[in-house]
Write a protein that binds this ligand. Structure first.
Ligand code: CP3
Length: 344
């Protein structure tokens, strides 16, 4: 199926574009009443993730309702630890919870499995990708994704969200061998999982390292970037984006990886990052998600001001992190329309 709108792929590859492409992290989700309606008819988040027809439906909602230039498959980064043998619950209004966590080398055998068939355990994701593409009929590209090994490690050790992930960071000091063993296992599975998504029809991939920013520079090189680099090297089928939230010191290292796009959070200065990266990579981001709480005029002004700071065409427009659930979808539309009407 050929793509009618391939703007984001051209932007990722550094090819000619007529305007900047725009999408939002976490666009497929709670900001849309239409999403909440689908979700309310089900037992919970996991049922939605594991039912390919419904996952496809909510994946397409932001394309129809917001006019974004890409869809992102509706799933979660936590399906990977689950497939490895560590099941999670999504606790309403609280977030993920893993009843069992990784504490020892023995746990790895049972709860950090590597040798399994991806289609067997994560076939509901690849099936959702196939259905989504059929229904999108080439309107926009579909982004596949996974969590970065460090972020998945955080959840597998900590068992839930945390401000500091001190349990996860503790292991880096008390048992670095266990840490590396687990990170390598996650990496191996993630590479196979991402390749399965491409085979199913994902046109682009993004790796989310949401907790990159809680490690110091030296530790992030050793326990974070080393494994992301393996992933970037393994994927050559489609453009790949690396988003290491909070790790502005790592952007220079990421720019040396064979990736197409580097995600920026809103703390990062686009101008400074462009100086570091040069013209060899596309930058994605990075309006503060909270900017969408301001008035329509202000959203327009702030978005234009961000666009004016771009000194290159190698940009994909996004927020600096996922859209917050209580943002008014009309503000998102103003953001998107401002980007679409901006003359390059
Ligand atoms: O639109 C999209 O981006 C696609 C779907 C998507 C979800 N999660 C759906 C979701 C994506 C790409 C993710 C990634 C994800 N999941 C990350 C990395 C991105 C980031 O935000 O840093 C992380 C850290 C997770 C783990 C996770 N999933 C948490 C911490 C939570 C609870 C907090 C929250 O944001 O709600 C989730 C739940 C989750 N994942 C929801 C959605 C739509 C909300 C569930 C619901 O109530 O419907």
């Amino acid at each position: 199926m050929s793509l009618k709108n391939d703007l984001i792929i051209r932007a990722a590859r550094g090819e000619e574009i007529e305007r900047y492409p725009v999408w939002l992290m976490r666009q497929a989700g709670r900001i849309l009443p239409e999403y909440r309606a689908v979700r309310a008819s089900l037992s919970g988040f996991k049922e939605l993730v594991e039912t390919p027809e419904l996952a496809a439906e909510v994946t397409i909602q932001p394309v129809d309702l917001l006019g974004v230039d890409a869809a992102i498959i509706f799933s979660d980064i936590l399906v990977v630890p689950e497939a490895m043998g560590l099941t999670y619950e999504m606790v309403e209004k609280k977030g993920p919870f893993f009843p069992k966590t990784i504490k020892s080398e023995e746990d790895l055998v049972k709860h950090a499995q590597v040798d399994f068939d991806i289609e067997d355990r994560l076939g509901y994701v690849t099936e959702a990708i196939r259905i989504t593409n059929k229904e999108l009929a080439g309107r926009v590209p579909l982004i596949g994704f996974a969590g970065a090994p460090w972020t998945i490690f955080c959840y597998m050790i900590e068992g839930q969200g945390s401000k500091t992930f001190a349990k996860a960071r503790k292991v880096l000091y008390t048992n670095p061998a266990l840490a590396h063993d687990l990170l390598q296992r996650i990496t191996d599975v993630t590479i196979r999982y991402l390749k399965a998504q491409v085979l199913a029809g994902a046109h682009m991939l993004q790796v989310f390292d949401s907790w990159a920013g809680i490690l110091g520079q030296v530790q992030y090189e050793e326990f974070g970037l080393k494994y992301i680099d393996q992933i970037a090297r393994a994927i050559d089928e489609v453009p790949i984006t690396i988003f290491a939230k909070g790790a502005f010191r790592a952007v220079e290292s990421i720019a040396k990886m064979p990736c197409n796009t580097i995600g920026l959070d809103w703390n990062m200065s686009v101008r400074e990052m462009r100086k570091l990266v040069g013209e060899s990579r596309t930058l994605q981001g990075n309006l503060d998600p909270c900017a969408l709480y301001s008035s329509h005029n202000e959203v327009e002004r702030l978005t234009k001001s961000m666009l004016n700071s771009f000194e290159s065409k190698r940009h994909i427009v996004n927020l600096g992190h996922g859209v917050y659930p209580d943002i008014n979808p009309d503000k998102v539309r103003t953001f998107i329309e401002t980007v679409k009407n901006y003359e390059l």
